[in-house]
Ligand binder design. Structure first.
Ligand SMILES: *[C@@H]1O[C@H](CO)[C@@H](O)[C@H](O)[C@H]1NC(C)=O
Ligand SMILES: *[C@@H]1O[C@H](CO)[C@@H](O)[C@H](O)[C@H]1NC(C)=O
Ligand SMILES: *[C@@H]1O[C@H](CO)[C@@H](O)[C@H](O)[C@H]1NC(C)=O
Ligand SMILES: *[C@@H]1O[C@H](CO)[C@@H](O)[C@H](O)[C@H]1NC(C)=O
Ligand SMILES: *[C@@H]1O[C@H](CO)[C@@H](O)[C@H](O)[C@H]1NC(C)=O
Ligand SMILES: *[C@@H]1O[C@H](CO)[C@@H](O)[C@H](O)[C@H]1NC(C)=O
Ligand SMILES: *[C@@H]1O[C@H](CO)[C@@H](O)[C@H](O)[C@H]1NC(C)=O
Ligand SMILES: *[C@@H]1O[C@H](CO)[C@@H](O)[C@H](O)[C@H]1NC(C)=O
Ligand SMILES: *[C@@H]1O[C@H](CO)[C@@H](O)[C@H](O)[C@H]1NC(C)=O
Ligand SMILES: *[C@@H]1O[C@H](CO)[C@@H](O)[C@H](O)[C@H]1NC(C)=O
Ligand SMILES: *[C@@H]1O[C@H](CO)[C@@H](O)[C@H](O)[C@H]1NC(C)=O
Ligand SMILES: *[C@@H]1O[C@H](CO)[C@@H](O)[C@H](O)[C@H]1NC(C)=O
Length: 503
């Protein structure tokens, strides 16, 4: 034990509040500070039982799933380690909140949708490549061989960094530039990045900047499971538009709980996607923005007094009507359940495009009407549009007479009527008083109440709290190289952090 304390003396922590999470960390730092190399031989065996490593983790280090160890950030907020996958079989490598032991939230994972066995190991090899290996099969790699990587570092802001000694390129790779489904405070979502939800049988959801003809916005998009045609995605929500932005466009959650997009030269322009103006909110509260499998973007805040043990509270939702999320019921129809506020799904029986077009394509077909129902479609699935129809039934008749048509949507917008003939039905429908949906079915089929109605409940309602007060909010600047790479040895804490508030 004496030797153990000796090592600490050589690395005085000074006034730093940082805790050494592991005596093994001290061990590795000792190796790095080679003047103490002699102590390596004297490390008692029990130190191997320590729980985790923090600080700079050197080349040759590894972390095995079976050990239960993790690489923890300096102040213990985040850790990289293995955790059970949500599907239950196997484990995934993930960054989690180390200070919330009972919380299963994952903020980043390289293999979220492809779990590995408990024999898996993550290793920073001697070439500086971070690899996830499952029984010698390479499952994922950072591909940073030859970039001069010297160590891996788990930052207190939740960023996993592969750092070099090259001051002009201190970061060879960082998890903030390869996001999963979550954006942490200070993490920039640039035009080249996207958040994606876990994949389900119905497809998945994505948040990214979408370039339109003369403007740009952040959009939520539903992406079909099989991406074999051009008609594969539908954007159902977008942030305020930014017209003709020049320069970098970056969306970021700040430490006060506001979500904004900065753009233009020197990031002079800014729009809020969600603004929290309710005074000087507590900066130390944990927050995150996550795109969930329900297709919604949630801003969560940790409430340590919730249910006695703490829990995440949803503070803001991008889409308040869950049915407005495309694909939430697959290709079926969504209705809001009045009592719970959740979404209720109804499958449709309809003719697939191939069937609609087969045989005598006009015989033994009929159109079934769904009043007060809108259907999401893209330009690619539009065969024709008709305006100023005198009767809704004409819209139905146009589709019935067109072999390629599987459905039509009749709509009244500002006293003008529109009718669209569709060649596919994939993005789902929802209640809307100004629309009628007509679906082509076989003559003996029915979607009616007595027919094949299928109800299934999805995603319970989420309590939303919105804050619309007005006062000034500090704006955040992000310095992409403000990493701990090249900073002094642990213990000498730098005033430089990844986030520096600017007023
Ligand atoms: C690393 O390279 C492999 C093979 O080129 C590629 O499949 C993989 O996506 C790359 N990994 C990253 C993190 O870019
Ligand atoms: C850990 O560090 C981060 C980033 O500097 C800071 O926001 C957070 O409040 C710190 N947490 C604790 C528990 O000290
Ligand atoms: C440091 O990085 C810069 C930019 O990538 C590169 O041009 C330079 O060669 C590197 N220096 C060393 C010593 O690797
Ligand atoms: C944006 O650019 C387009 C063409 O690039 C132009 O037609 C339009 O007037 C511009 N809009 C604004 C607000 O500058
Ligand atoms: C949606 O599909 C279009 C056309 O295939 C493609 O250009 C676009 O990148 C896709 N959008 C997303 C968010 O995947
Ligand atoms: C916010 O903080 C400033 C000083 O830091 C204080 O003057 C002001 O009253 C605070 N406002 C609220 C709403 O707490
Ligand atoms: C907004 O700030 C208030 C306190 O000022 C805080 O209680 C609340 O959780 C914040 N909301 C969000 C969405 O961060
Ligand atoms: C946290 O949860 C407790 C208990 O549910 C609640 O009383 C309190 O208002 C919550 N705090 C915030 C800031 O929402
Ligand atoms: C209808 O189709 C025509 C081309 O056939 C197109 O120019 C027009 O924009 C479409 N109208 C609507 C409302 O989609
Ligand atoms: C038909 O639509 C056009 C615009 O598309 C509108 O100007 C016109 O008034 C409409 N006519 C009738 C009879 O509704
Ligand atoms: C409708 O008829 C077709 C063949 O004509 C048959 O395959 C199908 O099962 C029938 N559907 C129902 C619901 O009776
Ligand atoms: C609805 O359709 C989906 C996809 O076609 C299917 O997986 C699901 O089982 C159906 N739901 C019901 C209740 O039949």
């Amino acid at each position: 034990m004496e030797r153990f304390f000796l090592m600490f003396e050589f690395y005085p922590l000074g006034s730093s509040p940082t805790k050494i999470h592991s005596s093994r960390a001290a061990f590795l730092l000792t190796v790095m500070g080679s003047s103490l190399f002699c102590y390596v031989m004297l490390i008692p065996a029990f130190l191997r039982l320590s729980e985790s490593l923090t600080g700079k983790i050197p080349l040759g280090s590894d972390l095995s799933a079976s050990s239960g160890l993790s690489w923890v950030s300096e102040n213990g907020t985040f850790a990289l380690g293995f955790t059970s996958s949500s599907s239950g079989d196997g484990v995934i490598l993930a960054i989690r909140y180390a200070g919330l032991p009972d919380d299963q939230t994952i903020v980043w994972s390289p293999n979220r949708d492809s779990p590995v066995s408990r024999d898996a190991v993550v290793r920073l090899d001697q070439t500086g490549n971070l690899q996830l290996l499952d029984r010698d099969t390479l499952m994922w790699a950072s591909n940073t061989t030859g970039l001069g990587v010297e160590f891996v570092f788990m930052s207190d802001s939740g960023n996993l960094l592969l750092c070099t000694a090259n001051s002009s390129q201190p970061v060879a790779w960082e998890s903030f530039r390869h996001p999963s489904d979550t954006l942490l405070p200070g993490q920039p979502l640039t035009a080249s990045l996207e958040l994606t939800s876990s994949k389900s049988q119905f497809g998945y959801y994505c948040l990214k900047m979408l370039q339109q003809q003369t403007s740009l916005s952040l959009a939520l998009t539903y992406i079909l499971p099989e991406a074999d045609s051009t008609n594969t995605n539908f954007s159902y929500w977008s942030s305020p538009q930014i017209s003709n932005a020049t320069g970098d466009v970056v969306a970021m959650l700040d430490q006060f709980g506001s979500f904004s997009i900065t753009y233009g030269r020197s990031s002079a322009g800014m729009v809020y996607v969600h603004k929290n103006d309710s005074g000087n909110s507590s900066v130390s509260v944990l927050r995150r923005i996550t795109i969930e499998e329900d297709g919604n973007l949630h801003l969560y805040e940790w409430n340590s007094s919730r249910d006695g043990k703490g829990g995440w509270e949803s503070q803001w939702l991008a889409v308040s009507n869950q049915c407005q999320v495309a694909g939430i019921c697959g290709s079926g129809l969504c209705t809001l359940d009045g009592s719970s506020g959740g979404a209720k799904c109804r499958n449709l029986s309809m003719l697939m495009p191939s069937m609609a077009n087969s045989g005598d394509c006009r015989a033994e077909r009929k159109m079934e009407a769904f009043p007060q129902t809108r259907y999401y479609f893209s330009g690619d699935s539009t065969i024709a549009n008709y305006s100023n129809l005198t009767m809704a039934s004409e819209c139905s008749a146009y589709c019935l007479s067109d072999c390629d048509c599987v459905a039509s949507v009749y709509e009244i917008v500002e006293d003008e009527t529109y009718c669209w003939s569709l060649s596919s039905m994939v993005f789902g429908g929802l209640q809307d008083p100004s629309s009628t949906l007509y679906v082509k079915v076989a003559e003996n089929e029915t979607n009616g109440e007595s027919g094949k109605e299928m109800d299934q409940q999805v995603h319970p309602a989420v309590v939303i709290e919105l804050f619309f007060h007005c006062c000034c909010v500090s704006v955040f600047s992000y310095c992409s190289f403000a990493c701990f790479c090249g900073l002094p040895q642990r213990g000498e804490r730098s005033s430089k952090t990844e986030l520096s508030p600017v007023t």
